[in-house]
Design a protein around this ligand. Structure first.
Ligand code: NDP
Ligand SMILES: O=C(O)C1=N[C@H](C(=O)O)C[C@H](O)C1
Length: 272
């Protein structure tokens, strides 16, 4: 049984995680948190996560308090960069493994996460869906085989409430495409406007759409002469992200300290 604490349980991902963890016979939800000062603190986690039934675990507005006496194996965190870094510090101090789905870290924030991962095992991935992680690998393979004569563009679409852009997944796609094509960050173009001139060879475009209730869509375009390839993933609900995160939670509990990603969890070997 993997004893699991879930943070941010009133959120879109937090509430999905509570529902799916409760339904899993090999996971026990032993703690849950909401934002500091939230009026939901002290209420039953099942009700806060809108399950309609109690969980017999009280939501706390502090991860330290949620961990007290919980004997947790792992914390699963989909909140925001600042909260996640605080949670990572608490996990490092307490020796508890962590799964991070949060996106939008600055390079400095990412470095702080790496520092905490020297003390405890952390799985961090911008997208926990198994399907998306396979798409990421396929994108790299297509780029390698098609080569520099194809123009590569990444397009993502998300709901109107998303706080960061481009999505963490789009940035990860750009990173693996860059590596596969031998390009650098200087080749990334995040928006176009005005007299841009002809598309420079080697450019990788990354564009973001926001609106409505779009759960998450990513397309990598390979534009060639006389043909074009489009590699698309569309999420129609959040369950696959949460199932991937719970798979990571089972996998990371008891591992050696280190920063892992979903490729490690899924056993995907070799270069992306
Ligand atoms: N890796 C993946 O597969 C996926 C990653 N994501 C990422 O996960 C993150 C969350 O997304 P989403 O669920 O849509 O966002 P939401 O805004 O719906 O949920 C975030 C929750 O975190 C809570 N929160 C904020 N600060 C704290 C804190 N200090 N302690 C506890 N709870 C806190 C918020 O509380 P309040 O409501 O009071 O503000 C909110 O309930 C984003 O970074 C998103 O990009 C999303 C989907 C998949
Ligand atoms: O905020 C979201 O909703 C999502 N964020 C992740 C990202 O930034 O890549 C993953 C998913 O597409 C949903």
């Amino acid at each position: 049984m993997t004893r699991t604490v879930i943070t941010g349980i009133s959120g879109r991902m937090g509430s999905t995680l509570v529902r799916l963890a409760k339904a899993a016979s090999d996971l026990a939800v032993v703690g849950a948190t909401v934002r500091p000062g939230s009026p939901l603190s002290g209420q039953d986690a099942g009700l806060v996560a809108r399950l309609g039934t109690p969980l017999d675990v009280l939501a706390q507005d502090d991860l330290g308090r949620a961990l007290d006496g919980a004997k947790a194996d792992v914390v699963v965190d989909f909140t925001g960069p600042e909260a996640t870094l605080l949670h990572a510090r608490i996990c490092a101090e307490r020796g508890v493994a962590l799964v991070v789905g949060t996106t939008g870290f600055t390079p400095e924030g990412r470095a702080r996460l790496e520092a905490h991962a020297k003390r405890v095992p952390i799985v961090a991935a911008p997208n926990m869906s198994v399907g998306v992680n396979l798409v990421i690998r396929m994108a790299a393979e297509l780029a390698r085989v098609l080569g520099p004569s194809f123009d590569v563009e990444v397009l993502e679409a998300h709901h109107r409430m998303k706080k960061d852009a481009p999505s963490g997944t789009a940035l990860k796609l750009a990173e693996v495409l860059m590596e596969a094509l031998g390009r650098t960050k200087d080749d990334l173009t995040f928006a176009r406007e005005g007299q841009t001139g002809a598309r420079p060879p080697g450019e990788i475009g990354v564009q973001a759409l926001r609106g409505g209730d779009v759960v998450g869509e990513h397309t990598v375009y390979f534009f060639g002469e006389g043909e074009r390839i489009e590699l698309t993933h569309r999420a129609t609900n959040r369950d696959q992200f949460a199932q991937g995160a719970l798979r990571a939670a089972r996998w990371v509990a008891g591992r050696a300290p280190g920063l892992y990603d979903m490729a490690d969890v899924l056993g995907l070997q070799g270069k992306t």
